[in-house]
Write a protein that binds this ligand. Structure first.
Ligand code: GRF
Length: 197
């Protein structure tokens, strides 16, 4: 049993199914991390309600009408106030400023719904199907200022089936993401804890 659980803030913009997977995994025995905050740029993000119901502190600040750096600073304040050591992006649909990302280097992680380095950015499933790929998938990676380009931590492949649409593929990729993300995060924070022990 790890003595110290790594404190994690999750950033979401939408439904937050990956957030839910990370949260429920954190409540299983021996998980080396705990969720101390769920924060969003979208006050209507469905995941906020779930986090609240599960007794997790939440924070929401719309980015509308704000400079990027100012919005990032408000989000960061919430992270620091919650005592979080890691930021985990789970469907956070904002590009973070270079200064922010650089300050959190090595402690900010994202999940992307493709087998990076293929299909950075949006519409990953459409692009994989249109290219005739045999597999889509998901990648957990470190966040760096360049979009979807940081070091790859772990990946999972998902077969593309005949007749798959972007939606049907997205649904299966999400199932795979929900397995991958908690595992990749747990392995990462445990390794960090050993290195800094
Ligand atoms: C996931 O597909 C993730 O890979 C991408 O955004 C989506 C978030 O979905 N970055 P959810 O809000 O976790 O359901």
């Amino acid at each position: 049993m790890p003595e110290h659980k790594a404190k994690v803030a999750i950033f979401i913009s939408g439904g937050g199914t990956n957030m839910a997977a990370l949260l429920y995994a954190s409540r299983l025995p021996d998980c080396p991390y705990e969720i101390v905050l769920v924060a969003s740029n979208n006050p209507d993000a469905g995941g906020l309600e779930l986090a609240e119901a599960e007794g997790i502190a939440t924070f929401a600040q719309s980015h509308k009408g704000m400079e990027r750096a100012d919005h990032d600073a408000v989000m960061e304040r919430a992270v620091l106030d919650a005592g979080a050591e890691y930021i985990v992006l789970a469907g956070y649909m904002r590009i973070l400023s270079k200064v922010f990302v650089t300050r959190w280097a090595g402690r900010i992680i994202n999940i992307h719904p493709s087998l990076l380095p293929k299909y950075k950015g949006l519409d990953t499933h459409t692009r994989a199907i249109e290219a005739g790929d045999s597999h889509g998938g998901a990648t957990v990676h470190l966040v760096t200022p360049e979009l979807d380009s940081g070091a790859i931590m772990e990946q999972v492949k998902v077969a593309i089936m005949p007749g798959d649409t972007p939606d049907s593929l997205a649904e299966r990729v999400k199932l795979a993401e929900h397995q991958l993300y908690p595992r990749a995060l747990a392995a990462y924070v445990a390794r960090h804890a050993r290195v800094s022990a």
